[in-house]
Each structure stands twice: as C-alpha cells, then as structure tokens.
Write a protein that binds this ligand. Structure first.
Ligand SMILES: [Fe+2]
Ligand SMILES: [Fe+2]
Length: 304
C-alpha cells in the first residue's frame, strides 16, 4: 500500500518564498504540500488511499504542516477521473429506492458527494496559510474520514454490480469551493456549516427509504457517515467562530452577510435539529432555522 511519505510530490506546484517554506520544500514531511498532491490525483482509489495514509503519517509525527507555506494554485484542480460525466443537476433523475437500480444510483450519488468531500477537505489544508496547526490536522482528519466514506459506499456499490463513474453526477460542491477560494472565513461558513450541514438534514429520510426497501447494509453505512459528518460540521463551526473571534466579528451577522455575498443555497427544512445541535450550532441559529421551516417546531435540547 502506498504510504503518505512515498506519495509522489513530483506534481507539486512551485513554492513561493515564505518564512518556513524553504525548510518545508527541502523535506518530504510537509503535509500541506502532500495534501495538494493528493487533491491533484485523478484516480479516486489512489486519492482515497493517499489521503488516509497522509492523515496517519501526520498522527504518527512522520509529517508536519507548515503554516507559513504559501503554495501557488495549479490550474487543474481538482484531480478527478474522466467518469462520472458532470452534468447540470436538473438532468439528474430521482429514482425509486424500491428497485436495485434506483438504490445503485443513490449510492453512486452519495459516493460522488464523498469524493468531492475528500477534495474539499484537502483543499482547506493546502490553500489557507497562517492558520493554527490544529486547523490543518482537523481538515486532514476530515479528508481521511471522507475517504473512508467513499470506500464504504463504493464497496457497497460494487455489491450492486456498479462502480464509481457509472452514472452522471453534478459539480455543485466544488463550485462553492471555488467561489470561496480567497477567504477562509467564507469557506468555513459556506462549505462545512452550509453544505455539509445540509447532509445532516438529508441523511435521516434517505436512511429511512433504504431501510424501507430492505437495504439494511446501506442504511448502516449512512449511520457511520452521519456520525462522522456531525464531527465535520463541528470542526467547521469551531474554525468559523475562531476566525470571527479573531476579527471581532459577530458570527450570526457574518454568516448572513457571507451567505448573501457568495450566493449560498437557500436553507430549507426539514432540519435535523438534534444533529445540528451536536454539530455546534447555537440555540439562536437553530431557532432561526425553525422559523424558516414553519411546520417544524424547534425541539428543546435534551438534558445530558
Ligand atoms: Fe463524508
Ligand atoms: Fe464531511
């Protein structure tokens, strides 16, 4: 199996001078450079394997993240395979979960989301310099968990006789990544706290439909993913608030401003309030969502 240390850095971009960049460039232990190389990798299995190995190497102290490193953006981000074909979301048909083909299409769509999620988390690691060390290890952890989710879903998809790339997909997730490329505050607000948080809401009804169709194995995979995704949104909330605190910004006003400025998708219920509460949204934010979704009262926090 490929180790993170052996993961090819030959495609790494030109490194601009920065306080500790020269040191990092000489060494094979810069995890932010390796994150960019993994992001550029086209083959999904190689990307997922390299991402998990990279996180393991950082945990083991074999690689470190250099916050001072400023990397130039290569023109070909993100690395992805020739298939699936990327199409307008309106061209993607919703299929019944009662048929095996319909469930395979759903598993493929979820695998595509996870593939994008690997890219989004790796992008946060390489792109944003001058963040605390924990920012990089947090997003490497997220990237490794997304790679795990991708592997769970593609293994299940294989049991349906299909592989990643067999069905068309859309590119909405990477689009938000591009829009927020210049501002880490906007990235934290709109990718984990908006798009990944939508996944928390979407999970229970999808899980129920799989269960209803008798696919308990796929439903159990969704349980694993939901548990981890709560952690991802929690990490997003943590860094969003950290950045707001640092700049003396009010997080509620700032979120509203950024959602408008970057054309974030409008939030629609039903919301998974319990998961959102566990993921670090505060009571004022949850109450605002309950107001958006008039049919759904805000459940009170359960006592610990
Ligand atoms: Fe995921
Ligand atoms: Fe995630």
């Amino acid at each position: 199996m490929m180790s993170a240390a052996s993961f090819s850095l030959s495609t790494a971009p030109v490194v601009s001078p920065a306080p500790d960049a020269a040191n990092c460039r000489r060494q094979a232990d810069c995890a932010r450079t390796a994150a960019l190389a993994a992001l550029r990798e086209n083959d999904p299995v190689t990307k997922a394997t390299a991402t998990r190995a990279l996180h393991a190497a950082v945990l083991a102290g074999q690689m470190t993240c250099s916050a001072g490193l400023e990397l130039d953006e290569p023109p070909d981000l993100p690395g992805r395979p020739a298939q699936p074909e990327l199409v307008d979301p309106r061209r993607l048909k919703r299929r019944s979960m009662q048929s095996p083909q319909g469930r395979a299409v759903l598993l493929h769509a979820l695998a595509h989301i996870e593939f994008n999620a690997i890219n989004l988390a790796l992008d946060a690691v390489w792109r944003f310099a001058a963040m605390p060390a924990a920012f990089y290890t947090d997003w490497l952890k997220v990237a490794a968990e997304e790679a795990y989710h991708f592997s769970l879903l593609t293994a299940r998809l294989a049991e349906y006789g299909h592989a990643y790339g067999d069905f068309p997909a859309h590119d909405g997730l990477w689009d938000m990544c591009e829009r927020t490329r210049g501002e880490v505050l906007a990235r934290m607000a709109l990718v984990p706290r908006t798009l990944e948080a939508r996944g928390l809401d979407a999970s229970p009804p999808i899980r129920a439909r799989l269960q209803q169709a008798g696919d308990h194995t796929s439903a159990a995979i969704l349980d694993v993913i939901l548990r981890d995704e709560i952690g991802h949104v929690l990490i997003g909330n943590h860094w969003f608030r950290h950045l707001c605190d640092q700049s003396g910004l009010d997080p509620h006003e700032t979120y509203t401003r950024l959602a408008g400025q970057y054309h974030a998708p409008k939030l629609r219920g039903p919301f998974n309030f319990e998961a959102r509460r566990d993921a670090g949204f505060d009571e004022a934010e949850l109450a605002a969502l309950a107001d958006l979704d008039l049919g759904q009262p805000l459940p009170s926090a359960s006592p610990d």
